[in-house]
Design a protein around this ligand. Sequence first.
Ligand code: ZN
Length: 168
Amino acid sequence: MIENLPLNDEDMKNLKLFDIILQSNMSTSTYNLLKKHFMPELSMSSIFILQARILKLSHVTEVSYDCCLNMCCCFTRTYAALDSCPFCKHAWYNLEGHSYKKYKYLPIEPCIKSLYLTDRYAEVLHYHTLPRDSEIEDVFNGIHYRMLCQTQVTINGAELDHHFFSNI
Ligand SMILES: [Zn+2]
C-alpha cells in the first residue's frame, strides 16, 4: 500500500540534499565531509539513512537477480536450477557462495503508481481521457490510438477483459 502523505520539513530537507547530491554528482566522501563540518547546523543523516528515506519516499524498490559474470543470463525461471551459465559456462557462485554478479533494475509499476500520487501528475496522466473535438491535436486524436481504445488486449492468443489504454 502506497501512502500519499504530505512531506514534513525533514523530508523536504532530505529531498533537497538528495537533489544536491544528484545535480553535483557528489561523492560519498564529499557528502561525509559536509556532514562532518556542518553537523550542528544542517543535522544531516548518514548517506545510507538519506538514501533509505528517499527510497521510501519514492515508493520504488530495486529488484535484484543473480546473473552470469559475463551478463549472458539471469539465473531465474529455466536457469534457476543451474550451477553455471548455459552460454559461457562460468560458475554462478564464487567460493563464498555468492553470485558473481547481480542484475538490478527498478520495476516500472511502482514508478507509475508513484506518479499518480501527485495530484498534478495524476491530472496530466489523465490527459488522454479528456473529451476531444474532431481536429487532430495530438496522438490521442489519431486513428490508430482510437482504434486501439476499442480493441480487446490479447496476449499469446488469450483475449483479456479490457481494451488498450483502459483503466483496469
Ligand atoms: Zn555467461
